[in-house]
Write a protein that binds this ligand. Structure first.
Ligand code: ATP
Length: 319
């Protein structure tokens, strides 16, 4: 008998989810599985918003950001009675395997779901925070970094015309990955992230000296989770460095945009590994990626190990 497999997206959407959905449908059918979409994350699992899918549902989506099947944050899924309802919906449709695209919160929910109901699953790290322990890459990161790059390049054009400091805030409440990589790849003057304590006073003399020597503008990249907000940093530039300042909060544009080549390829590979793993009975795992390639990690270890930002990248901030 043909087996049924479902996929859902949970937590913040990322660019790369649509190419993943396309590969999911095509690779499931190639493997004689019947693919299902769960709409709107764990909410759809609870509400039985689960539909059989096929090639025509994924035509023309590979180049689109976001996710065709919707994503959600679900308060109800935190409660056991709704997780039981979710399991019953999967059972009614005879769905025995589940692929989840999401961040660490989504995996925590999935872990709980498995402990209670033993649904076979595979998780695919998908978050622009890149803050999941055990994997160097999360789907969506490359596109988000490219969106930020475009924004910083555009801001640099105007910053260099006027004598101004621009404070550009990226997403990243607890993890400064987006800000740090954007800093290193855009040649900004200062990067402030939650993982690295700072004191603005330490930069005062250096920046004043640079202005005296002809510097016309500053680009500063901050992650949203630092102790001061972007406007406070801008005020410091005006008060202490004596340069007019502007704030640019990139916000949700970082989540959108046409998926980059890297995210399309990663989506293809993540899904292939996820389905291969499930077919080989490698269950209850997250597909992780490191320099040595793809591997499967126990969800327990992934959700219970604190994430650490790459120390070498951090060391470049001050060098
Ligand atoms: P992002 O990194 O983009 O924020 P995320 O997956 O970390 O993505 P969260 O909002 O933290 O996003 O989690 C997504 C959903 O996972 C929650 O809305 C909730 O439904 C479920 N979830 C998170 N933690 C738990 C938990 N401990 N028990 C049950 N469900 C959970």
């Amino acid at each position: 008998m043909k087996k049924n497999i479902a996929i859902l997206c949970s937590g913040g959407d990322v660019s790369g989810m649509n190419p993943a959905l396309k590969r999911f449908v095509e690779y499931s059918l190639q493997n004689n599985l019947t693919p299902y979409f769960v709409y709107d994350g764990y909410e759809g699992l609870i509400d039985n918003n689960i539909k059989k899918t096929s090639y025509c549902d994924v035509a023309g989506i590979v180049n689109r950001g976001g996710t065709k099947i919707g994503s959600a944050r679900s308060q109800r899924f935190r409660e056991a009675k709704y997780r039981k309802q979710a399991k019953e919906n999967l059972h009614k449709l005879n769905i025995s395997m589940l692929v989840v695209l999401g961040g660490d919160g989504s995996f925590r929910g999935l872990h709980q779901f498995y402990l209670e109901h033993k649904i076979k699953f595979c998780g695919i790290p998908s978050t622009i925070d890149n803050d999941i322990s055990g994997t160097d890459y999360c789907l969506g990161i490359d596109t988000a970094l490219n969106m930020i790059k475009l924004s910083i390049d555009a801001i640099r054009d105007t910053a260099s015309s006027f004598k101004r400091a621009f404070i550009i805030e990226t997403m990243g409440n607890k993890c400064g990955y987006l800000a740090l990589v954007s800093h290193l790849t855009s040649g900004s003057e200062l990067c402030l992230i939650p993982e690295v304590p700072y004191n603005l006073k330490d930069y005062e003399e250096k920046f004043k000296h640079q202005i005296k020597n002809g510097r016309r503008y500053f680009i500063v990249i901050t992650a949203e989770g630092i102790k001061q907000n972007a406007q406070e940093i801008a005020n410091w530039f005006e008060d202490k460095i004596g340069i007019e300042s502007r704030v640019s909060i990139l916000g949700h544009l970082q989540r959108g945009g046409n998926p980059s080549v890297r995210d399309r390829l990663m989506a293809h590979e993540f899904i292939t590994y996820a389905i291969d793993g499930l077919l080989k009975n490698i269950n209850e795992t997250i597909v992780c990626y490191s320099e040595s390639g793809f591997n499967y990690k126990e969800i327990d270890a992934v959700v219970n190990t604190p994430h650490q930002l790459n120390q070498e990248l951090i060391s470049f901030i001050s060098s």
